[in-house]
Design a protein around this ligand. Structure first.
Ligand code: 3HC
Length: 294
């Protein structure tokens, strides 16, 4: 990834973990970035998170200090969505997984973004076709599903809704390449190719913990050492966010079937505010720098 040329403007809507990561990667790849959130505190947190990740890359020799500075400078923050998307060539929505919220946002984006802009959603399981239905020209809407941590994970899952045009899929593939990602193209079906398999393993691990099969550490170690997963399913749920995984499971339970019924323990933990890394506690305890506490 380089930031030598300016390729246009990417508007990222939602400055949570994913939005911050997408903004960072777009900025590192030479795009100007408009990062929108309703909360200025969240925008500050996203900027600090991007700076921390860029520092890590500088420390590892993957990026020079000047490239870090120009990536940070390329990210402008907004609390007004119309201003954020006004000059965008690509919009990536990454707000919480609630259909009504996404539909409201896409209605506003449709009014304010240039007609030529590609409209992407980072939803991990909701229907692209349904989100697109509020946009006058739904052929512009495509799923752009990124993975956490965005600066490290290579995959971009491009999701083709019922009315998504081939031109939009091509634009999504070009965008993926510009970000240094490898894309797969999947049909709009609940959970796509990734979330469906990911949450199935995660939910089963939580049920095993409920049933006292083994400790959280040993369930994770089983998959790390026995199956070479880079991170066990409970640790990964802490990284992704327990609330995010619960929302995906609830959706897949409704849309696909009984095998996705969310475990009671997951519901209880989310009610208790144990959301994983971002809240400091999930199946493990985490410090403010994202390192595991003993
Ligand atoms: N920014 C920049 N660099 C980072 C980083 C970040 N946020 N996080 C990790 N890195 C870099 C490290 O600096 C390190 O670089 P190096 O190879 O040059 O030393 C490298 O990534 C590996 O990191 P660590 O050595 O700290 O630790 P690990 O080897 O355990 O890797 C991990 C961390 C990359 C997170 C790895 O454990 C992993 O791949 N885990 C699985 C992640 C995964 O499955 N993500 C998908 C979740 S599902 C999802 O996001 C979909 C959504 O819709 C819910």
């Amino acid at each position: 990834m380089t930031n030598a040329t300016n390729k246009g403007r990417v508007a990222v809507l939602g400055a949570g973990t994913m939005g911050a990561g997408i903004a960072q990667v777009a900025a590192m790849s030479g795009y100007s970035v408009s990062l929108f959130d309703v909360s200025t505190a969240q925008l500050d947190k996203a900027r600090a998170g991007a700076a921390q990740s860029l520092d890590r890359m500088v420390a590892k020799g993957k990026l020079d200090a000047a490239a870090k500075e120009s990536a940070l400078t390329a990210i402008e923050t907004f609390t007004d969505v119309a201003k954020a998307v006004a000059a965008a060539s690509v919009v990536v929505e990454a707000v919480p997984e609630r259909m009504e919220l996404k539909r409201e946002l896409f209605t506003a984006v449709d009014r304010a973004a240039p007609e030529s802009a590609l409209l992407g959603t980072n939803t991990s399981s909701l229907s692209i076709t349904e989100i697109a239905s509020v946009v006058r020209d739904p052929s512009r809407v495509v799923g752009l599903h990124f993975f956490n941590p965005v600066p490290v994970m290579e995959l971009l899952e491009v999701v083709k809704g019922v009315r998504t045009s081939e031109q939009s899929v091509d634009a999504a593939l070009t965008f993926s390449k510009a970000l240094g990602k490898t894309a797969i193209v999947v049909r709009d079906f609940p959970g796509f190719a990734t979330s469906r398999l990911g949450v199935a393993i995660g939910a089963e691990a939580i049920r095993m913990l409920e049933q006292g099969v083994a400790s959280a550490e040993d369930i994770d170690r089983a998959m790390e050492l026995g199956y070479r997963h880079p991170m066990g399913p409970l640790k990964l749920t802490d990284l992704v966010g327990l609330d995010v995984r619960l929302a995906i499971l609830e959706h897949l339970h409704r849309e696909v079937g009984e095998q996705f019924r969310p475990p009671a323990l997951l519901r209880q933990m989310v009610r208790a505010g144990k959301l994983g890394k971002k809240s400091g506690e999930g199946f493990y305890k985490w410090d403010a720098e994202g390192a595991r506490k003993a």
